[in-house]
Design a protein around this ligand. Sequence first.
Ligand code: UDP
Length: 240
Amino acid sequence: MIEYFEKLYTKSANDFYKDVEQNLKNERKMFIITANPETFTYGSNDKIIDEMLLNKKTTLIPDGIGIVKASNMLNYRVKERITGIDLSEHLLKICSENKYKVALLGAKEEVLKSLKEKIKKEYPGIKLIKTANGYIKNKDEFFEKLSNTEVDVCLVALGIPDQELLIYKHLDKFKKGIFVGVGGSFDVMSGTKKRAPKIFQKLNLEWLYRIIKEPKRLKRFYNNNVKFMFKIRKLKRKAK
Ligand code: UDP
């Protein structure tokens, strides 16, 4: 697991946005993985995910506060969270300003529909070239067809690890493009679900808000985040 931390992006969110913007301009391909304790836990238990996280084609950014805390405990100085939702909104803004081509895959049909309406209104420069909800049967076909386009940004909202595995499987078909797995971001951006109030965000308690709103998340939280922190403590003791 320690190798994942070595690969994490350490600078600020603004620095990262600038890097992504530069890559977009220069048509350099990127596969961004928004890392949470869950992501790293999957990596330790699954060979393909492990390989994907360590592959030089992927960029790992610290999405969850658990990742930021753990990196600092292990002396990898990660500056701050760079969340999938903030990154998604930033990407939409850049895409609108530059008339870039965008593709969206994921979430329920009605969520996607609201998101498309919002994009039309608030990001009018965007060329929305391909969209599909996350419950279509043949998601491979979505990517195969997409690879015949010159997509600039592709956001995939299917949840961890399906979204990453799907992008990883098809990545080599693309010459350029920024690909990101964005979890529940379409639900929030479309206005279907509320993001945690600013105070929760400021106190790094967004995870708590999500559990309060959706108590069924508690088990997932325990299995991934609590166990993860125990593992990090062990790693820390070993490193001493
Ligand atoms: N989802 C999907 N297809 C599926 C399963 C999930 O499109 O087969 C979507 C779901 O509608 C939601 C997102 O994937 O929009 C996952 O959200 P979640 O909040 O679980 O992700 P997190 O941000 O916690 O990783």
